[in-house]
Design a protein around this ligand. Sequence first.
Ligand code: C5P
Length: 303
Amino acid sequence: MRLLAPAKINLHLRVGPPRADGFHPLLSWMCTIGLFDTLVLDPSDVAQVSLTCDRPWVPCDQTNLVHRAAALLREHAAAQGRNVGLRVGLEKRIPVGAGLGGGSSDAARMLLGLNQFWGLGLSGDQLAPMAAALGSDVPFFLNGQSALCSGRGEVVQPVAAPKPHWAVLLLPPFGVSTPQAYQRFDQLCPSGCALDRPDIEQWVHLSADSLLDVLVNDLEAAAFSLVPELARLRDSAQGALSRIVRMSGSGSSLFTLFDSDIAAHEAAHIVMSELKIRAVAVRLAPTFEDDLTQRPAPAPVLL
Ligand code: C5P
């Protein structure tokens, strides 16, 4: 079974003061983008899960969310009296530590894919708490392309995709640690920011320029204070492109929006040639096909 796992950007991200459990209440408009990891699932006659990745710096042990998602579903298979094995190959294309949710998307796609691959028959309501246990962004990826997320991220309300179809991603050669960004946010803004629900029903109809005018990311000041180079890059990008550039999640990726693919590809070219930073034009809320939607599950391996 071949699975595609899309990245996301946080179009809008408001952050409140930390809760008793240390997590921060959020209000975020998240949207998938056309940048994908690939997961290839093969049955194994050894009753365990083994993970390999084409990027040597990606850990393939139990700390990888793909492993942890598979472990949760193996427990369900075991409860049904089945001792299943699996080989997973991960082709990593979504940068790590970039605020693009790659690991979370891989984990969500594993939950959905393995549920079918092993014929477990778990409902969306049964998968949702597993996704939330794996990470704050994982539930979003169970639920489609564009959503307003609240709670610590796990309360997902699907909304229409934004009117602009294109984003340009700027991918600096360094990451930002998410826990450190939240810690710095607490220092800079101890009482948090307002979590007013945006007028999303109106926002989904705005063109790229008008939408960029209203979007906010409350973690930008914290990430820029941790990594001043990122603040300089954002300023240079806004100058070179003459448009607003925002950060996704806790960084380090930056993005801006376009109504047309030609304008997006031109902007990506300008960033790469003038700023010498990797940039890519990607579709917002892309439709895609993989084996989860394409064909029935193979028969589960019973050991
Ligand atoms: O849930 P996840 O593992 O993705 O969170 C990573 C870290 O980001 C948490 O350990 C926490 O420091 C921070 N975080 C937070 N509030 C959120 C989401 C994440 O403080 N709503």
